[in-house]
Design a protein. Sequence first.
Length: 254
Amino acid sequence: MRGMREALIAVMIFLCLAAAPLASMAIWPRLPARHRDDDTNTVVRLAANLFGVMTSLVLGLMINSAKNTFESIDHNVHAYATELILLDRILRQYGPEADAVRQPLAAYVQRVVASSSQTSETTVVANQLSERLLTEVGTRLSALTSADAGRGSLLQDARQRLQKVLELRWVLIEQSEGAIPWPLIAMLVAWLALIFASFGFRAPRNAITVSTFGVSAVLIAGALYLILDMDVPFSGPIQISPAPLERALAELQR
């Protein structure tokens, strides 16, 4: 599952960041004297500052990318729910003959809402039953015939709404994979490990220092976990709200 993978990555990030300064503290006393002088320490600090600036820029880009992905998917979920409601209302206007179309449509939305309350990876991502239900909606809608111009216009509008529903559904499926590239994450973690290793260079060996390293590693790993989780907004602690789809189901069942 995606949520478990992100949590595992966060744990690995924590271990890397926590181990880097401790390893630096252990190695530093064993280095030759010329590698432990003030000039060497100054160079190490300057390199760490450089990586610190680059890390800040990359973190900012990652946060912005995850935020944009989350907001885009949230907007599409609202649009998806709206199209479902409008499609159902058009079918109601058509008359009792359209009840056979509304039944699989309501069953599809009910299944989507039910899946959103479980620990599934997405709210809208297809499975075979959901695919069959939407296919059935299209088949039954195509079987309807118009007896007059008014009903013909309603049928045309309903088919356009169904096409829009199908398009939005596949857009949401494609967006559910996340947009942050993994090589960028790996490079960021490598930079952070080097920065943390520089912290351990000539650091005093005491409980306060080690605790500071540990707490810092936890907070950085937690922040990266939340960024990665926001980038995949159908799983984890930061998720797209299913409220729009729940409202759509309530409208369909009225």
